[in-house]
Design a protein around this ligand. Structure first.
Ligand code: NIG
Ligand code: FE
Length: 413
């Protein structure tokens, strides 16, 4: 049995095995001067240092004296597998072009689809690993990865197989959760024939993806998949056994949040233009609101109304949305800074959003997202004695050590 122990730990953690909603998000439990005992990747106990028995010689000891200890971060929304890059589009947007006008001209997602179809599975996997490694340095211990740049059966399955290898091969520093996003866009060869692409997805792609991904996600947006098309696809995916996510109300207010609540989705994401009714319905139905401030920032759009969600009693998660188009950033430090400074989330709410609620957005709140007996030993040791340094050290990495499933995966010394 592999055993380790983090000693002299000043722990700050949300608690529970479900999403923290509303006011619960501001509660972090403080365990002062504790030891975290770890056996085979699981937290076997939390004990005050004064009660810690003498440790056997085979126990690896990690001393956290002087450093705050929090749960590993969960990045519950990323597109980290992709071919090519799109720096030209970024520059066009700087000059005034919009995300949707570039997409309508055949760029945007379609441009990455072309590059991803042409790429080998090996290249996609190794490129993704590089991003995962950068994330682990910032304390991410669980990450979600979406397909959605294949947009035909063969290439979508290639992407899901890459994600599956990332999830299962040894040496990958974080837990990887897979999402099928065949409904990311209507591919060029189906332009003007959205219904036929929806039919293809229902007939061929959803059955092929079954068992290869935990979640089904869709870009519910004006001129992409509208509400009726989304409802049809989400129902088919739910019938096939997928849990549901939506890219909802990102560019315009379309009723994506309401649809997420109606369909019993685990999360609805983006939500920059969510209606008050959508906020209310998501809060009532317990749909996690996954907010992606880096995307709003990179697109020069207003931030999602985090306070409205929290004040309505909803659970808010934060994630990066790392992708080659709308948001080429996986920065946890900047996500934290934007959430606290512009979205008016407290530091405690921000931490809950990036840990337990991120886990809940992946239906993993019983596995990770808090430091409690029986949970996975997914732990971050900060370079500061207080978690309050996280937004204060603006955009900078406060992580000293990242521990994933009991193993030290990064030491940023
Ligand atoms: O979450 N909006 C749709 N999907 C992504 C962007 C993907 C891309 O531009 O490549 C998003 O913003
Ligand atoms: Fe996204």
């Amino acid at each position: 049995m592999a055993r380790s122990c983090i000693i002299n730990a000043n722990i700050f953690t949300p608690q529970g095995s479900s999403a923290r909603r509303g006011e619960e998000m501001s509660v972090l439990k403080h365990f002062e001067n504790y030891a975290i005992l770890i056996e085979d990747g699981i937290i076997s106990d939390l004990v005050p240092m004064a009660d810690l028995p003498k440790l056997d010689s085979d126990v690896e000891v990690i001393d956290a004296a002087g450093n705050a200890v929090i749960p590993g971060f969960v990045d519950s929304h990323t597109h980290l597998v992709f071919g090519g890059y799109r720096p030209d589009e970024f520059e066009w947007r700087l000059k005034g072009d919009t995300y949707m006008s570039i997409m309508e001209r055949g760029g945007g997602i379609q441009s990455t689809v072309n590059a991803t179809r042409a790429a080998s599975a090996y290249d996609l996997e190794h490129k993704a690993l590089w991003f995962i490694d950068r994330m682990a340095e910032m304390g991410v211990t669980t990450v979600e990865a979406k397909s959605g740049y294949g947009l035909n059966t063969e290439s979508e399955m290639k992407m899901l197989d890459v994600i599956d290898r990332l999830a299962n091969r040894s040496g990958v520093p974080v837990r990887v959760v897979s999402t099928f996003l065949g409904a990311h866009a209507v591919p060029a060869e189906y332009k003007g024939r959205t219904d036929e692409y929806v039919d293809l997805m229902i007939r061929e792609m959803i059955p092929a993806a079954k068992g290869k991904a935990k979640f089904f996600d869709i870009f519910t947006e004006k001129n992409v998949f509208e509400i009726e098309e989304s409802r049809r696809l989400l129902a088919a995916a739910r019938d096939a056994g997928f849990k549901l996510k939506l890219h909802a109300d990102e560019i315009v207010q379309l009723g994506g949040a309401e649809l997420a609540a109606e369909m019993g989705a685990v999360s609805a994401d983006h939500l920059l233009h969510v209606s008050d009714q959508g906020v209310k319905m998501m809060a009532e139905r317990g749909v996690v609101a996954t907010l992606l401030p880096l995307t709003a920032f990179a697109l020069r759009e207003p931030f999602a109304p985090a306070r409205k969600f929290i004040d309505a009693g909803a659970a808010v998660a934060l994630a990066t949305d790392l992708n080659p188009g709308s948001c080429f950033s996986g920065s946890i430090p900047l996500t934290i800074a934007l959430a606290c400074i512009y979205m008016k989330m407290s530091i405690e709410e921000t931490i809950s959003a990036l840990t337990i609620n991120g886990a809940a957005a992946l239906d993993l709140a019983d596995v990770t997202g808090s430091l409690e007996k029986g949970k996975s030993a997914d732990i971050v040791i900060l370079n500061f004695d207080t978690y309050k340094a996280l937004p204060y050290y603006v955009g900078m990495n406060c992580v000293k050590t990242a521990i994933s499933r009991g193993i030290v995966v990064k030491n940023n010394n």
